[in-house]
Design a protein around this ligand. Structure first.
Ligand code: PLP
Length: 378
């Protein structure tokens, strides 16, 4: 029996809600379940306005359109992130400027941020890795000083906090993912754009609905709807939203279990850290993380490779994260290399993710723990 890295949890209510959507005969987007999911998120987290999307990638692309990012603009993003963070802005013709990670954490290093800013810079995109908040006080102060927009790539950050504020509420815009690998999912693919700066709300609805004011028409605010701006088809179907709604209703339960599993790893590995076999994640006290990923840092890339192979032999999936954007074939083909991003490279070479999902059993987790101890022979 293989212990996977991820496994999407099914709450049991998805099918009933999908059936309800089917029976309502409203299958396209922006129906009952879409609005129910959006209201749920707005109420629970105090987000100003939410628009469901087919993916977090879509939500990031909407953000780039909303900020009117153009050729000649620069956007600062971490190199330690998923490709969607970069693609969204490159598709609009911007230049992406890659930032390094912190020494102790893969998140963007706010201390090195200001040197990347110039008059062409328009926005800073932060990515809260593993649902651990970036240093938002410092980043917000820099953004304010230089009059830059902040976008949160909060793909991994549902139900995570910075001090007492939920992640996704700290940028002008934020994007969450409900891909099957995230804490909750929308049946495979899904996302949401959060609009915290009210100036963007009406334009966001237009971009969302193929560049038309159809959302206003649906509410009876206009007699006809028409092409108003550049847009695309970003809204998901009601089937997607119905699935997500079932997951949202179980969010607290899912989160409680994930937190326990995460803590189990952290406590069980304290000994391995003391003996300098691995390093455990360093969570700043300002970050209330959401147990999205449990990772350790191995002493070297070589040890990590051996450990991945050993765990694979034992039927356990474990994985690295990420090939940094500046080391990717696409970036290297099209861009001059940035200055050395040494902290980012350290995490990319040593970080190892372990299985963490709602249905991970005690026996399965114990097997992972035993295997790590066996590998280091303690
Ligand atoms: C998962 C993820 C995405 C992409 O999310 P999709 O919903 O699959 O588009 C983007 N950024 C980060 C940091 C992610 O982890």
């Amino acid at each position: 029996m293989v212990i996977p890295l991820h496994q999407p949890h099914i709450t049991g209510k998805e099918i009933a809600y999908i059936q309800q959507a089917m029976q309502s005969s409203h299958l396209a987007g922006n129906g009952f379940f879409t609005q129910a999911c959006q209201s749920f998120l707005e109420q629970k987290y105090g987000f100003h306005k939410c628009l469901l999307t087919s993916s977090c990638t879509d939500a990031l692309e909407m953000a780039a359109l909303l900020l009117n990012i153009q050729a000649g603009d620069e956007v600062i993003i971490p190199s330690f992130t998923f490709v969607s963070t970069a693609n969204a802005f490159l598709l609009r013709g911007a230049k992406v400027v890659l930032a390094d990670s912190q020494k102790n954490h893969p998140n963007l290093d706010a201390n090195q941020l200001e040197q990347l800013i110039n008059p062409r810079t328009k926005a800073i995109v932060v990515m809260h890795y593993a649902g651990v908040a970036c240093d938002m006080t410092a980043i917000q102060a820099i953004a304010q000083k230089h009059q830059l927009y902040i976008i949160e790539d909060a793909a991994q950050a549902i139900d995570a906090y910075y001090k007492d504020k939920p992640l996704g509420s700290l940028g002008h815009l934020a994007a969450f993912s409900f891909h099957e690998t995230k804490n909750i999912h929308a049946g495979g693919e899904g996302g949401v754009l959060v609009i915290n700066d009210p100036q963007f709300i009406s334009q966001a609805e237009i971009i969302w609905e193929k560049g038309t004011n159809r959302a206003a028409f649906t509410r009876g605010e206009v007699e006809k709807y028409a092409w108003q701006a550049l847009g695309s088809s970003f809204l998901p179907s009601e089937i997607t939203a119905a699935t997500l709604y079932a997951q949202l209703e179980s969010l607290s339960k899912i989160q409680a279990k994930r937190q326990i599993l995460w803590q189990n790893y952290q406590l069980a590995f304290a000994d391995l850290e003391q003996k300098e076999c691995i390093q455990l994640p360093k969570i700043p006290t300002s970050a209330g993380h959401n147990a999205h990923i449990f990772y350790v840092n191995c002493p070297s890339e070589k040890v990590r490779q051996k450990l991945i192979s050993y765990l694979k032999e034992q039927g356990i999936q474990a994985a690295f994260h990420y090939i940094p954007l500046h080391g990717s074939p696409y970036f290297q083909k099209h861009h001059a290399p940035p200055l050395a991003l040494t902290h980012c490279e350290y995490h990319a070479q040593t970080l190892l993710r372990l299985p963490l999902f709602f249905d991970l059993s005690e026996a399965q987790q114990n097997k992972v723990l035993d295997c790590l101890y066996n590998f280091f022979r303690i």
